[in-house]
Ligand binder design. Structure first.
Ligand SMILES: [Ca+2]
Length: 212
């Protein structure tokens, strides 16, 4: 992703001492970094906004659910079932007869996956299988589900583009608050950007001295 950094033209050297230009560049650098900050926030899919018990919409949350059997459903305390939500009253569960491949969730682009919350019968356990370019790059710990909604961390901090929930008993657990973060510029990108701003600052200072 490219961001155009606009540095507004400074007043002429006669009007503005060099230190003012330096301050303006420092402000521009801070503004540029701040512009990237919102991209680093995590997205949490609560499933509470789906509002009807059906297969999860193919592009829900900007992800690709089209080759999965995830069903959204509401679980109220009065139902007496262990599919305890972590947010609201809606969760998702794999349809009856599902196998691991039926829980495939694809990202629009390479992303960082944090994890999700699970609840369910004591007989089921869940594990994330994490893929990038159809290569298995990570596997989470295994979580034995219970009526208490519990977070299962991805356990892998690298980029992925596909998540599969592996389980011994699909349809006996529910998932909620699926959390991920779209890829942000690498630290090298920030360093390059700052180096560019420093170079511009040096050029402006030299120009100002020559005109003085
Ligand atoms: Ca929820």
């Amino acid at each position: 992703m490219f961001h155009k950094i606009v540095i507004r033209s400074a007043p002429s050297p006669a009007q503005a001492p060099t230190k003012h230009l330096t301050h303006a560049l420092a402000a521009a650098a801070i503004a540029a970094l701040a512009a990237f900050a919102p991209l680093a926030s995590a997205t949490v899919l609560t499933f509470d906004d789906i509002g009807s018990p059906d297969f999860v919409p193919a592009n829900y949350g900007g992800l690709d659910w089209s080759s999965s059997t995830w069903l959204s459903f509401e679980n109220l305390p009065a139902d007496g079932l262990p599919y305890t939500p972590h947010s609201g009253t809606w969760v998702v569960g794999a349809d009856w007869g599902s196998v691991d491949a039926d829980t495939t969730i694809r990202f629009a682009g390479a992303s960082h996956f944090d994890g999700a919350w699970f609840s369910g019968y004591d007989t089921s356990s869940v594990t994330f299988q994490l893929y990038l370019g159809n290569q298995l790059v990570g596997t989470s710990a295994s979580l034995a589900t219970s009526a208490t909604s519990t977070f299962l961390s991805a356990g892998y901090s690298g980029l992925i583009d596909k998540v599969v929930v592996s389980s011994n008993a699909h349809a006996f657990y529910a998932m909620d608050d699926f959390t991920f973060t779209a890829a942000v510029p690498e630290p090298q990108t920030y360093a390059l950007m700052l180096a560019g701003l420093v170079a511009v600052g040096a050029f402006v200072r030299v120009s100002a001295r020559r005109r003085a």
